[in-house]
Design a protein around this ligand. Structure first.
Ligand SMILES: CC(C)(COP(=O)(O)OP(=O)(O)OC[C@H]1O[C@@H](n2cnc3c(N)ncnc32)[C@H](O)[C@@H]1OP(=O)(O)O)[C@@H](O)C(=O)NCCC(=O)NCCS
Length: 178
């Protein structure tokens, strides 16, 4: 159950099905190091599903970019331990980026296996949709590996439709927001 009273915008406390409490909040620059540290605990498969390529580590420049979303066209939420940013381990990151001069948003999400299967992916995707609607984004899309049954099922249940993709092995899924 989310607690949102007296919280800054986009901040929530969630109790997961296993009793663990997480804080949902916008990503912060201080999250870069915990993100890099936690990256080593991820499974190669979840990294491949998120980044569409194998990565042995999260390069500092990519960590910097992910933790400094441009407020004009990007938005990113984390599910973190309820500790100050910089100390808190990050369990999940969900982001959307709106292409310049368009109303087209692209999302990406990673819920680590430590906290997967407990409703976080659905919750974070709904928040991305809410933010996108607020920004008058007309269409939200993502590229998902064809063997990523979990993401394809989650997206379908949220109303995303599969589209033709020119990239082999990938499905583009899109949600019309108009
Ligand atoms: C896909 C992902 C975001 C799902 O997150 P999650 O927190 O585990 O998902 P939830 O617990 O909210 O489950 C939401 C729905 O996803 C689907 N789902 C989740 N795990 C699943 C699994 N192992 N097998 C099949 N469907 C699954 C189900 O439809 C589920 O709905 P239900 O609970 O009503 O059955 C997560 O597994 C993940 O980050 N994977 C690696 C990175 C990735 O694939 N990113 C997407 C491309 S950008």
């Amino acid at each position: 159950m989310a607690e949102r009273n007296r919280m800054p915008p986009w901040h929530e406390r969630l109790r997961l099905r296993n009793g663990r409490e997480v804080q949902i909040r916008p990503i912060r620059p201080e999250d870069a190091e915990p993100l890099r540290a936690g990256f080593g605990l991820l499974r190669p498969e979840e990294i491949r599903q998120r980044f569409l390529q194998p990565l042995r580590e999260l390069p500092p420049e990519l960590a910097r970019r992910l933790t400094h979303p441009n407020p004009r066209n990007e938005f990113a939420l984390v599910a973190a331990e309820p500790l100050p940013p910089g100390e808190a381990l990050i369990g999940a990151v969900a982001r959307v980026s709106v292409a310049q001069d368009t109303r087209e948003g692209e999302f990406a999400i990673l819920v680590s296996h430590f906290v997967a299967g407990m409703g976080l992916g659905r919750h974070l995707m709904r928040r991305l949709v809410r933010w996108s609607r607020g920004r008058r984004v007309e269409r939200l899309h993502g590229d998902v590996l064809l063997d990523n049954t979990a993401m394809l099922a989650l997206a379908e249940s949220l109303g995303f439709r599969r589209q033709r993709s020119d990239s082999p092995g990938l499905a583009r899924i899109a949600l019309e927001l108009r």
